[in-house]
Design a protein around this ligand. Structure first.
Ligand code: MEV
Length: 316
């Protein structure tokens, strides 16, 4: 039998402004990061024991029929098969690869799930609209993140900058001019679920205080959108600093992130903040053509595990 193989991919993402507050219905801004990504390959096979899933980066290889209910990879495969009305255990090999560090704020889980949803759709000749992809990936994120806002699956499924408010229709937007950000990995793995759960407990204990901080984050996110849409990118640095001060108060920064953020600022970044769940993972810094290299070098010298300089493009 000729092996029929289908591949699909998905990029990573980074939150520019508004993480955590977005879980409590404030807006957030996120953009795709095409320098990193995940791919999934579906291949027909005729072994007769159903769907074999191989996750190369996780050194995992298992049959779908033996996977636990809440196994992240098995779950998204099952959800997609059900959505398409396909056999619950087709004779396929699904291989997954990713260049996105896990638990770092770059959306590794949502990107892997998106690649799988797209590859299965393509394999059976069905279109995977961003709406369908995003909804399926959200359902798998729910099992793993507890109370995800939905921003990760949205920006990765739509592959464009998004202005995200929970429960509202997706709005993408186009920057008036392109701008650069440096993304640095602290090397500390920090599962989003943990940070989101801790914030929820703190919010339950001090609701008025946390609501006030989330309101302040919301104002910063509105200001950032105006700055991006008007081409006033010089304002993004100070807005990142203001967002970072609030993230520290909310309790999701950590010593290592604070140190790298100071290093980025000292090396010429106009501002910097953690990105994603916090307590580790990535930070972002507002840079330009003149400062990008010095900031990236300084972050690497200070212990960042990987630095990516990415351009947020001004294209539809
Ligand atoms: C995680 O990438 C962003 C958080 O705001 C959680 C979420 O939005 O689901 C921390």
């Amino acid at each position: 039998m000729t092996e029929v193989t289908t591949t699909a991919g998905a990029s990573g993402k980074i939150i520019l402004f508004g993480e955590h507050a977005v879980v409590y219905n404030r807006p957030a801004i996120a953009v795709p990061v095409t320098e990193v990504g995940a791919t999934a390959t579906v291949t027909d096979r005729s072994v007769g024991n159903g769907c074999l899933i191989i996750a190369h980066d996780l050194q995992r290889e298992f049959l779908l029929s033996t996977a636990a209910e809440d196994d992240a990879l098995a779950l998204i495969v099952r959800l997609t098969l059900a959505e398409l009305g396909l056999s619950a255990d087709p004779d396929w090999r699904i291989e997954v690869r990713s260049t996105i560090p896990i638990a770092s704020g770059l959306g590794s889980g949502a990107a892997v799930s998106t690649a799988i949803v797209r590859a299965i759709h393509r394999h059976v000749g069905r279109a995977a609209s961003p709406d369908v992809v995003s909804a399926l990936v959200y359902r798998s994120e729910e099992v793993h993140h507890g109370t995800p806002s939905g921003i990760d699956n949205t920006v990765i499924a739509y592959e464009r900058p998004v202005w995200f408010v929970r429960g509202e229709p997706i709005r993408s937007f186009v920057p008036a001019q392109p701008f650069l950000i440096a993304i640095a990995d602290s090397g500390i793995a920090s599962p989003t679920r943990q940070a989101v759960g801790d914030v929820r407990r703190a919010w339950q204990a001090q609701t008025a205080q946390y609501e006030a901080w989330f309101d302040e984050v919301g104002e910063i996110v509105h200001a950032a959108r105006r700055a991006i849409e008007d081409g006033n990118v010089a304002q993004l640095g100070p807005l990142m600093d203001a967002n970072q001060r609030l993230l520290s108060q909310i309790g999701v920064s950590c010593r290592e992130l604070d140190l790298l953020i100071d290093v980025a600022r000292a090396a010429g970044a106009a501002g910097a903040k953690l990105s994603g769940g916090g307590r580790g993972g990535n930070l972002i810094a507002a840079v330009d053509e003149k400062t990008a290299a010095a900031v990236a070098d300084a972050l690497t010298a200070a212990g960042a595990k990987r630095v990516i300089v990415t351009e947020v493009k001004n294209e539809e």
